[in-house]
Design a protein around this ligand. Sequence first.
Ligand code: DAH
Length: 348
Amino acid sequence: MSLDALTTLRAEAEANLRAVDDLDSLTEWERSVFGPKGSLTLFLRSLGAAPAEERPALGRAANEVKNALTVEFETRKTALERVALASRLTEDAVDMTLPGRAPVVGVDHPISQTIRELSDIFSLLGFQTVFGPEVETGRYNFDLLNIPSDHPARDVWDTMIVDTPNSEIVLRTHTSPMQARVMEQTQPPVRVVVPGRTYRFEQQDASHEWAFHQLEGLAVDQHITMTDLKGTLREMARQLFGADRRIRFRCDFFPFVEPGVDFSIDCMICNGSGCRVCKQTGWLEMGGAGMVHPSVLEGVGYDSEKYTGFAFGLGIERIIIQRYGVNDIRAFAGNDLRFLKQFATVNV
Ligand code: DAH
């Protein structure tokens, strides 16, 4: 143990410190000097073995070296940290002038868009929108609609049976079952529209789907006549397809209405003169309608002498197909974005 050794130790440590150029090697340096086996630590520890008369001077000198090296270490550390921070800031820099990336937002499916549009139109006419179950009992899907089990009309709505044939749980074949469900829950006046999914046992092709959508309408009150039905449908047609639209009724049979009609709107492309869209007929068929059959009213406990009503059911896909010239109904159930994006009202 000598002052010379201490001087050498310091000179070496300082030389090494000058060679340090990053924080990792600085930590390494710190350990080599101040660590448990560091040069200064070992020196200090050996002081006890020095001759008693030299010890105070050696001790003082060693402490001075320790303080000096500590200050140099801290200075170096601050400088290196500043360099590290500066380079990290350059690496992480964000270019605020780059154009932003627009988030991808979805849009409503054309069927949802159309249901909302119809619902808005009918709400202006005083109709409330309600929804019903897609899995129905035979009672609502058929019986309360005046379609008894032995009636051949039942075949028209050939359906998918959910449970055993005897229990008559079916996927609803139309939205009409909601007529009875609504009337059972409330007294006249009734004005509702029921949009929703319906099912039929059907061979799929360009114009037939086994799952599709309908919108049912029902109005029951005193003094309702067929004129009200025609006016309501005409207003719907005008809102959907333009102010000049006309409505055509033709006799048709549905067990739950009397009289029953099918209804068409004059073609908005050719104004009724005949074109490709209306298949040269001038008319676009929309669905069925009629005056609610007295048996249906009585079936839910309404007095059919006091109340009358009209009902209609239209195909949602059919409206979209005719409006936009879609040539395959299967496109609606597919998830082909090339098809769906054409109905986007914003860029997607
Ligand atoms: N439910 C019938 C169908 O799916 C459509 C229909 C016809 C609904 C006449 C009605 C109506 O409300 O009055 O074929």
